[in-house]
Write a protein that binds this ligand. Structure first.
Ligand SMILES: Nc1nc2c(ncn2[C@@H]2O[C@H](COP(=O)(O)OP(=O)(O)OP(=O)(O)O)[C@@H](O)[C@H]2O)c(=O)[nH]1
Ligand SMILES: [Mg+2]
Length: 359
């Protein structure tokens, strides 16, 4: 039997020989979908082989969010976690100093942010090099990634991105705005109010390649082929990312060579750390609300950390399911209230600094 790589190579060979014109678009779409599916299969198999942990790779998620530091060996990941948290991760001037996942906890603005230091990520990681599969599976579980390299190896960012993409991780990308409704019969329908670059017939061919033979596909963006594959695939994760450049103390003129947004730090000397933490807070979209008991004056004594988009119902549930079940009325104070003590619906979204009383 052919290996997955050999099957992909065969299809690529067919694609190279296929002329591009209107009549072959559907076929080409289906072939590219086949390749994308084979890559998914490879990822699933390697996930099973990689064994999802063991040897310190499975770390319980704790705190309000989990941030994972990804970077090539010796970028300074362990130096950074030691600087940010109570962790004592081994630091040394050679590659693969860290061989397991080292957790640490950062408390900031009432939030507990779990930080994970992992072994260096190298080219070929998704095929298992340097325990790459385990490392990437930790990265998949992050709420936020810090992708970090050092000032002398800026080009390492491209390699990191390649490995992360190959592991089904989409960085700083919104999930595709595609609604898929499967049905039992009736064929396929494609709906969109937006002009699409890909023809409807091609979209249907691709859906069928993913095993969707009947149903409706509603596109709410002008979809690219890769994002269409992402929409059909089940193993994608969408993780916000901050780009970090470390060891700027070694290269005072580093700025000249770099475009794009990044945070410059020296994990060792401690510069830029405060900026980095602020960016982490911003990217995690935390919102602090204050719980005020029925018999208390309005105050800011009991903070609860929530996420942007969550509701007052979520606040009650975070306190506890029993608490939530017993409360019928919620009143708010602060700048988001029309007047102090306004009674609002449990569907009201949380806002920074909101004071909340459940009755
Ligand atoms: N000049 C300078 N050196 C640094 C800085 N941060 C870390 N280093 C040094 O870089 C080397 C590697 O640091 P580590 O923190 O062990 O790097 P790592 O990314 O955890 O490495 P692995 O665990 O092997 O993947 C050590 O010698 C550190 O002292 C920095 O900001 N400036
Ligand atoms: Mg390390």
């Amino acid at each position: 039997m052919l290996t997955i790589d050999e099957q992909i190579e065969q299809i690529e060979e067919v694609l190279r020989k296929t002329p591009h014109h209107k009549a072959t678009n559907g076929f080409i779409g289906a072939m590219r979908a086949k390749i994308a599916r084979l890559r998914d299969k490879e990822l699933e198999q390697s996930g099973k082989r990689g064994g999802g942990g063991g040897g310190g790779y499975q770390v319980k998620k704790q705190g309000d969010a989990t941030v994972v530091i990804v970077g090539p060996p010796s970028a300074g990941k362990s130096t950074l976690i030691n600087n940010l948290t109570n962790a004592e991760s081994k630091v040394a001037p050679y590659a693969f100093t860290t061989v397991t996942v080292i957790p640490g906890m950062l408390k900031y603005n009432e939030a507990y942010i779990q930080i994970l230091d992992i072994p260096g990520l190298i080219s070929g990681a998704k095929e298992g090099k340097g325990r790459g599969r385990e490392v990437l599976s930790v990265a998949r579980g992050a709420d936020l990634l810090l992708v970090m390299t050092d000032v002398k190896r800026i080009d390492a960012f491209a390699g990191m991105v390649k490995e992360l993409l190959g592991a089904g991780i989409r960085i700083n990308e919104e999930p595709p705005k595609v609604i898929i409704e499967k049905k039992i019969s009736g064929g396929l329908d494609v709906f969109s109010n937006i002009k699409q670059d890909i023809e409807k017939e091609t979209i249907k061919e691709i859906a069928r390649e993913y095993g969707i033979k009947n149903g409706t596909i509603t596109l709410q963006e002008n979809i690219s082929m890769d994002r269409l594959f992402d929409a059909f695939s089940e193993n994608r994760v969408y993780v916000p990312t901050i780009w970090v450049i470390n060891k700027v103390d070694e290269e005072p003129n580093y700025k000249d060579e770099i475009d794009g947004e990044y945070i410059a730090i020296s994990a060792d000397k401690g510069t830029g750390i405060e900026d980095l933490i602020k960016e982490v807070w911003k990217e995690l979209k935390f919102v602090t609300v204050f719980l005020v008991k029925p018999d208390e004056e309005i105050n800011q004594g009991s903070p609860i950390v929530m996420k942007d988009g969550e509701t007052l119902k979520d606040v009650a549930l975070k306190i506890g399911p029993d608490f939530a079940a017993g409360k019928k009325i919620v009143k708010i104070w602060g700048s988001s209230a029309k007047f102090p003590g306004q009674e609002v619906s449990f569907d009201t979204k949380v806002a920074e600094g909101m004071q909340v009383r459940f009755l």
